[in-house]
Design a protein around this ligand. Structure first.
Ligand SMILES: [Zn+2]
Length: 121
């Protein structure tokens, strides 16, 4: 279940960022998950919530942003949507496709609520 190790590293990063910023709480953690990253969104969400227990991230909202897969076909020079591997161009059916999006698995933003953070709703 590799979602759990991914979740734990996301929590680790969020905690060290929060610590650097002197945050008291973390409001929201946005994570970009590419369609081609081989991660189940619901499984990752479950693991994030489990990994967050007992830490500063426990009350955070996890927003998972699905990034659609895209590639550039080297044969016909078109940008095409890629939904699975092996990446195949849906125009010329070629397999010479360079992936340009969809393999992301990273934190986009962390909304923290620190002492010197005057953000109010
Ligand atoms: Zn093509």
């Amino acid at each position: 279940m590799h979602e759990m190790s991914i979740a734990m590293s996301i929590i680790d990063i969020a905690l060290s960022e929060a610590e650097k910023a002197g945050a008291q709480t973390i409001d929201e953690i946005e994570v970009e998950v590419g369609q081609l990253a081989a991660v189940m969104l619901e499984s990752l969400r479950f693991c994030l919530e489990a990994a967050a227990k007992g830490t500063l991230t426990e009350t955070a909202t996890f927003t998972l942003i699905n990034i659609p897969g895209h590639g550039h076909c080297l044969a016909c020079q078109r940008d095409v949507a890629i939904t699975e591997f092996p990446a195949q161009c849906d125009v010329c059916q070629g397999f010479g496709v360079s992936i340009t999006a969809g393999t992301e698995l990273k934190i986009r933003s962390i909304s923290i609520n620190g002492d010197n953070n005057g953000r109010e709703e």
